[in-house]
Design a protein around this ligand. Structure first.
Ligand SMILES: C[S@@+](CC[C@H](N)C(=O)[O-])C[C@H]1O[C@@H](n2cnc3c(N)ncnc32)[C@H](O)[C@@H]1O
Length: 258
């Protein structure tokens, strides 16, 4: 990675560490209205409001407060009992907790995050929710610390846009999925006509806007790592020409490793 990419990743890590500490100290999520984190440029379309009242009722208050996503990937992924789920950029643990409940005691939910403060918050939230089948791992989504073919479902909520090496992150998704495995990802996605500099005019990188892929870039990136049945569906507007989106794809049974 370049020095510029290293610096950008460190800026992301530092901002989300502050966000986790704000929740831990009882100050609420990302300090919306500041430039702290995802949704800070325009909080509508981000956070706990994207979950049903029933789901919020299943969560400790701090987990809901820490929600910084732009969708609700657990409903998209249609999780089943016994499955192994991996949440890329698990933050305060909201989607890991909901996933662990869906897959039940015979299943397992992994959360992966690079920010120590977020991992501490997520572990505390999972313990408060009485979750025994969740494991939180420290690492980056561009080098997932899990073996190949070990996961049934990869979910993620507003994190791929923050990656400084998106081809590597998408390749890791394909690597860890079992043949026949699937993804259900929520992310910010730009309309195809918006050039990267136009995306950057609409919001910051740490605010989950400037780093967003376009719909075609997402589709082509997932196809390039060998996934099929790719779809990118816009769900709600988050900025001019930019949307919360549901991204789905499947790993073929006879997938050829890159
Ligand atoms: C916008 S928040 C979303 C958190 C969570 N998914 C949610 O819905 O509340 C982004 C999270 O991804 C983590 N993150 C960002 N880039 C990452 C990377 N390259 N590898 C691992 N974690 C990353 C941050 O530390 C932060 O916890």
């Amino acid at each position: 990675m370049s020095i510029a990419s290293d610096a950008l990743r460190e800026e992301v890590r530092e901002r989300y560490a502050r966000s986790a500490l704000a929740v831990t100290e009882g100050a609420g999520g990302c300090g919306c209205g500041s430039d702290l984190c995802c949704g800070a440029d325009d909080p509508a379309g981000f956070g706990e409001a994207l979950y049903t009242a029933e789901q919020r009722g299943e969560l400790p208050e701090a987990a809901a407060l820490a929600s910084l996503g732009c969708g609700n990937p657990t409903t998209v992924a249609e999780l089943r009992e016994g499955e192994v789920v991996l949440d890329l950029g698990s933050g305060g643990g909201i989607d890991v907790i909901l996933s662990a409940k869906r897959v039940g005691p015979t299943g397992l939910a992994f959360g992966l995050d690079m920010t120590e403060e977020m991992l501490a918050l997520a572990r505390a939230n999972a313990a408060a929710a009485g979750i025994a089948n969740a494991i939180f791992l420290k690492g980056v989504i561009e080098a997932v610390p899990l073996p190949a073919h070990s996961v049934d479902v990869v979910i993620s909520n507003c994190v791929v846009n923050l990656s400084v090496d998106k081809p590597a992150a998408l390749a890791e998704i394909a690597r860890v999925l079992k043949p026949g495995g699937r993804i259900g990802i929520s992310d910010v996605v730009a309309e195809d006509h918006l050039r990267p500099e136009q995306r950057a005019e609409r919001g910051s990188y740490v605010g989950c806007i400037a780093g967003a892929l376009s719909r075609s870039e997402y589709e082509e990136g997932l196809a390039a790592v060998g996934l099929e049945d790719v779809s990118v569906d816009f769900t709600h507007r988050v900025a001019d020409g930019m949307h919360g989106a549901i991204v789905k794809a499947r790993k073929p049974i006879n997938h050829l490793e890159a």
